[in-house]
Design a protein around this ligand. Structure first.
Ligand code: DGT
Ligand code: CA
Ligand code: CA
Ligand code: ZN
Length: 574
């Protein structure tokens, strides 16, 4: 019996190897889509060998159905086995390296016999790549940079993935042990954009029983270490989870300690010391006689030192303990403050869901409004809307708005061109409720040009928001070489908002820029960048990142009610 994950990953491998081989683009895409479709269908695709039955699933065509049937019968897909005979499967790892496309991977394999990341690094360092036809020293440098980027994040997990896995673990434990007190700790509780490992803390009257259940969870691939108070396991995806059990009367102190961060804890101990106190994972104590002042809950731990409790997202020693001392901790924006989403794609451009589906999900999330921002015409690869198509869409949106439901804003994600120009004629732009402008090409330009492009776009009265302002893709693409101080400054002067793109591998702006934006009074617009209806839920991680940037409801445009937002959009921005 196979698994959905395995089946989907077989299709992904076929796509990867076909891509390296140089197969037609649409074929490769069809396999990638098949993998996605299989993951969204889930278990019910397994065990069926009748091709006709398989074809009844939406999105499954004849060719894919035959391969699924083959897998369900034999556990293998012959096409993949053939490809593996033609090329080493390790080549697939090369596709994960930023700045190295499939064509180059194939060239390097054919010419230099490169079949792994180690081979590739060796070839680049020995300058054997620069000598190849069509490549050169610049490409070689880019490849080395790509390897470094990948390694810097190696083993670090994107927040959404970690959050979800930890949710499964907590759910499994609570189901087995009703009444269990358990929480996330570490960088995961601080909602850092990537986490090194998953830390879980619990208190339970029988630690032994708890550890037994933890180590036996279905998600566990291997137990790394098993003790009475601490165990570590590896999940099937290769992620480490540390589980600690503590006594109920030290729960708060332990939660505080293991949430960190380390710099926060160091600063906290300094503050305690000045007050004649000692704090550790067991509690807060008077130094003079060892009397225990607190430990059972986290708030009382901070309180015993004369401090307010900083939300976990703030605990990076960036001034939160000083604020906690003075009673000036911010009231951070929360998911419940969010009235809508500024950045959504539909099947009109490169998304997968219809306007209606997007609206329905927005309604389920309790939104009052939703900005529809399909790609604009200059972005051909994302099927950007031509003028006639965007006009049709505006009409469709206005028609939908006559029915009850969240108000759809007719908008667009424009492309910032090489001279800062954007798509569409003036009259189309005037017809739209707002626009986001983003850089989608020319990432490698000089700092000056990139900055000039962004500034130019911000000076356009139709551009309300700059999309994913630093352009990073976590672990894959570094931020643009843009002068963010200049951008933030000009954003403040022109009244242009900056996006906090909430897609899992973007989270762009990052928290350190949000802190600076807030100081300058630059407004932040949260966008899920959803390409299908379920992606709207990525807003949760955007809010978490906003909180790490100390943002309060008034810093975030998404907290505006519909009337307030429309009013804001009617006012000229400068
Ligand atoms: P990560 O996992 O790399 O994303 O970062 P953290 O912050 O989750 O670090 P981790 O998992 O090593 O430890 C979790 C927290 O426990 C950490 O934020 C602070 C606390 N902690 C653990 N071990 C130590 C230690 O040896 N010294 C100090 N000061 N704190 C520690
Ligand atoms: Ca951790
Ligand atoms: Ca850990
Ligand atoms: Zn974009």
């Amino acid at each position: 019996m196979g698994s959905v994950d395995e089946l989907a990953s077989f299709f992904e491998r076929i796509a990867d190897l076909d891509e390296i081989k140089g197969e037609l683009r649409f074929k490769v895409l069809a396999y990638r889509r098949a993998a996605e479709t299989i993951r969204s269908i889930g278990e019910s695709v397994l065990g069926i060998d009748d091709v006709k039955k398989l074809r009844q699933f939406p999105g499954i065509g004849e060719g894919i159905a035959k391969k699924i049937s083959e897998y369900n019968r034999t556990g293998l897909i012959a096409r993949l086995e053939e490809l593996k005979d033609e090329m080493p499967i390790e080549l697939v790892a090369l596709l994960k390296i930023p700045n190295l496309g499939p064509r180059r991977a194939k060239l390097l394999y054919d010419e230099l016999g490169v079949r792994s990341v180690v081979d590739l690094q060796g070839a680049a360092e020995a300058h054997r790549i620069a000598g190849l036809k069509g490549l050169g020293p610049r490409v070689e440098q880019n490849i080395l940079e790509g390897i470094r980027l990948m390694q810097a994040h190696a083993g670090r997990l994107l927040l959404p993935q970690a959050y979800q896995i930890s949710g499964e673990i907590l759910g499994g434990l609570r189901e087995a042990l009703p009444g269990l007190v358990a929480e996330r700790a570490g960088s995961l509780r601080r909602m850092k954009e990537t986490v090194g490992d998953i830390d879980v803390l619990a208190t339970w009257h029988s630690p032994k029983q708890l550890m037994e259940i933890f180590c036996g969870l279905p998600i566990v691939e291997r137990v790394i270490a098993r003790g009475d108070t601490k165990s570590s396991i590896l999940t099937r995806e290769g992620i480490q989870v540390d589980m600690r059990v503590v006594e109920a009367d030290q729960w708060g102190a332990a939660l505080q300690y293991f949430t960190g961060s380390q710099p926060h804890n160091v600063r906290l101990r300094e503050i305690a010391k000045k007050k004649g106190l000692k704090v550790n994972e067991y509690g807060v104590f008077l130094v003079k006689n060892g009397e225990k002042l607190a430990g059972a809950d986290e708030t009382s731990v901070y309180e015993a030192m004369g401090l307010g409790t900083p939300p976990p997202e703030l605990r990076e020693n960036r001034g939160e303990l000083e604020a906690a001392l003075e009673g000036t901790l911010p009231s951070l924006v929360g998911r419940e403050d969010i009235a809508g989403d500024f950045h959504v794609h539909t099947q009109a451009s490169d998304g997968y869901s219809s306007l209606e589906d997007m609206r329905e999900t927005a309604s389920a999330l309790g939104y009052a409004w939703l900005g529809i921002t399909d790609h604009a015409e200059n972005l051909k690869v994302a099927r950007g809307l031509t003028t006639s198509k965007i006009l049709d869409q505006i009409e469709a949106i206005r028609a939908l708005n006559r029915k009850a439901g969240p108000y759809l804003l007719a908008a667009s994600e424009l492309n910032i061109g090489n001279d800062g120009e954007v798509d569409y004629d003036e009259d189309v732009l005037a017809e739209l409720d707002f626009t986001i402008a983003s850089i989608h090409g020319g990432f490698r330009q000089e700092r000056e040009q990139l900055t000039r492009r962004m500034v130019q776009a911000m000076e356009n009265p139709h551009v309300r928001i700059i999309g994913h302002p630093t352009g990073r893709v976590i672990g894959q693409r570094p931020p643009y070489e843009v002068d963010m101080d200049a951008v933030l400054q000009r954003a403040a002067e022109t009244g242009t908002a900056l996006e906090l793109n909430s897609f899992p591998d973007r989270l762009d702006l990052a928290d350190e820029y949000l802190l600076r934006a807030r100081q300058l009074g630059v407004k932040i617009a949260l966008g899920s960048d959803a390409h299908r209806a379920e992606h709207l839920e990525y807003m949760f991680y955007g809010v978490a990142t906003a909180r790490r940037g100390w943002l309060e409801p008034e810093d975030v445009l998404n907290t505006m009610a519909l009337e307030q937002l429309l009013e804001w959009l009617r006012r000229p921005k400068m």
